[in-house]
Design a protein around this ligand. Structure first.
Ligand SMILES: Nc1ncnc2c1ncn2[C@@H]1O[C@H](COP(=O)(O)OP(=O)(O)O)[C@@H](O)[C@H]1O
Ligand SMILES: [Mg+2]
Length: 250
């Protein structure tokens, strides 16, 4: 494990009521202690998971659009200025790794194609399963990237990686994460809605909430676990209630 603590330099923030500090989870951040190799961010859409992940990525020096220190490409700038107000405490410092956002994966794939065009003598796709990521299905190319690129000791920041992956491939991702944790002591911080990924053993789950800020929760306490389990066990009853018209409510 490399990254031990994330602190918000509150004194330096010019305006706590402006984005990204207007997000309750960010405003109340103070210090987030990382105690395990695998850390998850969960919470409703808009609760600030991506904002914090991007801030961490930019402070490490990873391309905020997704990529490593070597992959510099620009996308439309939606990037927050949070990074400069974060202090990352390391032991030891690690700059190898990768930041992957499901949303910008397409741009990353295009960036690699461009690189290949400009450098015909280098096999750019070598670490990505041998062919352009655009020629592989989304799930395939995701796993190609995970398998080939995530082969080293490093810190990996993933934003909703499940978006492209079938349940079977989410399990495959769990195995890749497990191997990298055990063999290389790699560290992962993953924003996710997936009850499968969240099931990773010996991990920390931070729940982002507009009322309570960031709190640590157990797997079984997450809505992802509870709702999914209830749905799978009581699908008909749940759908019946869900589809009731207001005047039919019991
Ligand atoms: N560039 C921006 N300017 C202003 N508000 C933004 C910007 N980007 C995101 N937001 C807002 O910040 C909040 C947190 O967004 P985000 O970190 O993407 O949430 P999550 O990843 O948890 O779904 C949302 O309410 C979103 O609308
Ligand atoms: Mg997000």
């Amino acid at each position: 494990m490399f990254l031990k603590k994330i602190s918000l330099l509150t004194d330096k923030v010019p305006n706590l009521s402006k984005y990204p500090f207007s997000i309750p989870a960010i405003k109340g951040l103070e210090e987030l202690e990382i105690r395990q190799n695998i850390t998850f961010f969960v919470g409703e859409n808009g609760s600030g998971k991506s904002t914090l992940l991007e801030g961490i990525a930019s402070q490490i020096g990873f391309n905020k659009a997704g990529g490593s220190q070597n992959n510099r490409f620009e996308i439309t700038d939606t990037v927050s200025s949070l990074g400069v107000y974060l202090r990352l405490s390391w032991l030891p410092k690690m700059s190898n790794g990768f930041f992957l956002r499901a949303e910008t994966f397409y741009d990353f794939a295009s960036h690699l194609e461009q690189l290949q065009k400009e450098n015909p003598n280098i096999d750019v796709f070598k670490s990505y399963g041998g062919k352009s990521l655009h020629e592989q299905s989304h799930g395939e190319s995701f796993l190609a990237l995970f398998k080939n690129r995530f082969g080293q000791k490093g810190i990996y920041l993933l934003d909703e990686p499940e978006a492209a992956l079938s349940p079977a491939r989410q399990l495959a991702l769990l195995k890749i994460i497990h191997d990298l944790e055990k063999e290389e002591s790699s560290q992962f911080i993953i924003a996710t809605h997936s009850p499968i990924l969240l099931g990773y053993p010996n991990s920390t789950i931070f729940h982002f909430d507009n009322e309570t800020g960031i709190t640590e929760v157990k797997y079984e306490e997450t809505e992802h676990f509870q709702l999914t389990k209830y749905f799978l066990n009581n699908r008909e009853r749940m759908l019946h209630h869900l589809f009731l018209e207001p005047d039919e409510c019991e």
